[in-house]
Design a binder for this molecule. Structure first.
Ligand SMILES: [Zn+2]
Length: 157
């Protein structure tokens, strides 16, 4: 079963390649897409397979200390932003944290789920961009406060 919101579409962005966009206005609280695919176990993120075309390491999200999950649908293509319009509910659901207009790129903050040895040089250009994204344990407390209710369950238990 495909769990993707019908208002999302996969398009190229200038920074990372394929990314998700709204093709109709999306309301705050709507589920965007779900990580509903294969589960991978690894000691750390860098041990995950990353061969093309799947590139699991770049697309799966972490949901336990040693577990990651990919998606069957479009969830795996959501980009990172330090000023995201989406967040995580429970472990696997991407939800809109604000009203999102038609045409806007969909993003969540990867530190809402990741806390291993994975790193990203961020190019989101938001005013409060953290530049180097390297896991929840490095997320400043003002972000943790702002993201309350949208951080993966395993990081706050
Ligand atoms: Zn950023």
């Amino acid at each position: 079963m495909n769990m993707d919101n019908l208002k999302i579409i996969l398009r190229e962005n200038k920074k990372y390649g394929k990314s998700l966009f709204a093709k109709k206005a999306i309301n705050k609280g709507e589920i965007i897409a779900v990580f509903d695919g294969q589960v991978y176990e690894a000691n750390k993120c860098s041990d995950l397979p990353n061969e093309a075309p799947l590139k699991v390491r770049d697309h799966a999200i972490q949901f336990e200390k040693h577990k990651w999950r990919d998606s069957n649908g479009l969830a795996r293509f959501i980009s990172h932003s330090c000023e995201p319009n989406c967040g995580i509910k429970e472990s696997f659901k991407i939800v809109a944290i604000k009203d999102i207009p038609n045409g806007e790129e969909l993003t969540y903050d990867y530190d809402m789920t990741e806390n291993s040895d994975w790193k990203l040089i961020c190019k989101c250009d938001s005013a409060n961009c953290r530049k180097l994204i390297r896991g929840y344990r490095f997320l400043p407390s003002e972000f943790k406060k702002k993201y309350r209710g949208f951080i993966s369950k395993w990081l706050i238990e």
